[in-house]
Design a protein around this ligand. Sequence first.
Ligand code: HEC
Length: 234
Amino acid sequence: MSEDSQSTQPNPPNGVSRDTFEGNRMEDVPLQQIHSQLLREKEEPTENFSPMPLTLMAMCAVLIFWAGLYLAWYSGDLDPFRFDETQRGASGIADAPREIDMLALGRRVYNQNCVACHQSDGRGQSGVFPPLVAADWVQEESPDRIIKVVLAGLAGPILVNGNPYNNAMTAFNRLSDRDIAAVLTFIRTEPTWQNNAPAVTPEMVAAVRAEFGGRTEPWTGPELEAIHGPVTSR
Ligand code: HEC
């Protein structure tokens, strides 16, 4: 294909617009004048003053205030040596007694130590891990038997709610008196766990630990029965 067959008009010499619609328009003198006039008279853009919406400022203020309250309530007095946010600060009074939410603490200790076997709903696993929900062992008036179970573990054949189990539970004597009291209070008093038994105090755990804390092998059902009698739900 030759150059000529591509276009009927040869390229114009330099500086001369092609005879096209576009070219014609660019050469339209009145149109160019109007354009330059428009460019000249156009206003310079300016930066306007627009205040931040009041509602946004109010929302920020409310958020900051709420953040302050949240810190004051849940930071444990910003004490770097307190690792337990459930222990509330006593609003500036240095040696006032600390208030501890035993149910919240117990739920946490449970989730960290017991869920693997007794499951998050506390119903255990049929034939393998006994239930803690609606369980005769948990419902006993005195918590001493299950304090021993948590401190040293439990192994061998037992009956829970009349169902046989023959497995082994590890010892948790590394947990503090307070943590053991909290987890047992949690499983005994949490309403949906249907045990409705009295709470357990750290002193009760300390008393059992003082007497039996040196024990290294797990308890057996018959051994506990020799001390506490058969398991009887209230
Ligand atoms: C390694 C698995 C395992 C872990 C972890 C575990 N348990 Fe157990 N638990 C068992 C087994 C197994 C038995 C029954 C032992 C047997 O058959 O002699 C049992 C028995 C019990 C019993 C008495 C029986 C009953 O069902 O009421 C209580 C109470 C109990 N565990 C509480 C706890 C608490 C509280 C924790 C957490 C601090 C915990 N267990 C952690 C496996 C475990």
